[in-house]
Design a protein around this ligand. Structure first.
Ligand code: CA
Length: 358
């Protein structure tokens, strides 16, 4: 008995020693997305991130991903992550424009940086620190989570040949771009996604913007509006992963690294999938609807849009110091970055055009 008792004590001590080595405590989190679970490529990011985290931890860190069909609060993600009902979220910063106007910079702004420039600003130009400063207000960590690249200017039923053509035009275009268009006389409306196709088809609205071919094709806009204008207002819309700070800080250090790595990899995956979806969708649209005309707004319209954008931004900057700081940081970085973009990408594309490789 005495010996058995001793053995039991030894076994118990060994088990205590062995426990932390054998496995971390199983961690179960939930993530809420602004989008439905089936909406590729936006939903791809969180779903793939969650799979990577599970695989890298041998199933010990599990993140259940819920789309808007489940939680019914697509624009409440920031509050749900802040409050801890969900440890994570996946959304786009500019949806918090009503809570904090500086949030727009971390998605995209009219006439702002393209994808390469914006990533460069985020990772090497001080952008991440500015983004975190905003999200500190919500007790949330924010990480880049995929990018749509340049979004198209939208589908128009009629051609836009002059500034006059914008006057009284009824268009669905949200956010800062809507404010810019309103200054130019556009009658800006916001219509739920499910009613957009019918509104455009019936002429309740004359134009709308959505994303780009990859996501627009399923909406069917190309069947009812023949003019597809090139982009100016969302040159590189970045999505974000949001993580509740208390939850993240409690994670074992190794899991924090795994989570960060998976978020970054999933963001790249979404960006790439989105590009491919647009490649495929445009090819399909062009074949099925050869009458679609890809147009760029006339120079006088573009110049007026730029002037109105500058005015909108300057009003916000004058009344909000934080806005001014981020605006200047982006503008200064873009001034330098754009020179390199022009020397590299822009002239390369011109060269391609010249040799017939477009
Ligand atoms: Ca859009």
């Amino acid at each position: 008995m005495k010996l058995l008792g001793k053995m039991a004590v030894i076994c118990g001590a060994l088990m205590m020693l062995a426990t932390p080595v054998m496995a971390e405590k199983k961690i179960k989190w939930k993530l809420a997305m602004t989008w439905p679970s089936t909406l590729a490529p936006l939903a791809t990011s969180a779903i793939q991130m969650s799979q990577m985290v599970s695989e890298m931890t041998d199933g010990n860190f599990v993140i259940r991903v819920e789309g808007k069909e489940k939680h019914k609060a697509p624009l409440g993600i920031i509050d749900m992550v802040k409050g801890g009902q969900y440890q994570m979220g996946h959304s786009a910063s500019y949806y918090w424009k009503g809570k904090d106007i500086t949030s727009v910079f971390f998605t995209t702004v009219p006439f702002g940086m393209n994808l390469a420039e914006q990533n460069s600003w985020l990772y090497y130009g001080g952008g991440m620190a500015l983004m975190q400063k905003l999200y500190d207000k919500f007790d949330v960590y924010a990480f880049p989570g995929g990018n749509t690249g340049v979004q198209m200017g939208g589908w128009f039923r009629k051609e836009i040949n002059s500034l006059e053509d914008l006057k009284g035009l009824k268009m669905r275009i949200p956010g800062l771009a809507g404010e810019v268009f309103a200054k130019l006389g556009v009658n800006v409306t916001n219509i739920p996604a499910g009613e957009l196709y019918t509104s455009l088809d019936r002429g309740t609205i004359d134009a709308l913007e959505w994303v780009g071919p990859g996501m627009d094709i399923k909406m069917g806009f190309h069947k009812v509006a023949p003019y597809y204008y090139t982009g100016w207002h969302e040159p590189a819309s970045e999505l974000q992963f949001l993580v509740n700070k208390r939850a993240f800080d409690k994670l074992p250090a190794g899991y924090q690294v795994i989570l960060k790595t998976a978020m970054k990899a999933a963001g790249v995956e979404m960006t790439t999938e989105n590009f491919d979806m647009s490649v495929q969708a445009w090819s399909q649209m062009e074949a099925d609807y050869p009458n679609i005309k890809v147009k760029t707004f006339p120079p006088e319209v573009l110049k007026a849009m730029k002037k109105a954008t500058d005015e909108v931004m300057e009003v916000y900057a004058a009344e909000n110091e934080e806005f001014k700081v981020i605006y200047e940081s982006q503008q200064e970085y873009m001034d330098k970055a754009r020179k390199w973009t022009m020397m590299s990408e822009y002239y390369y594309l011109q060269t391609s055009e010249l040799v017939g490789n477009e």
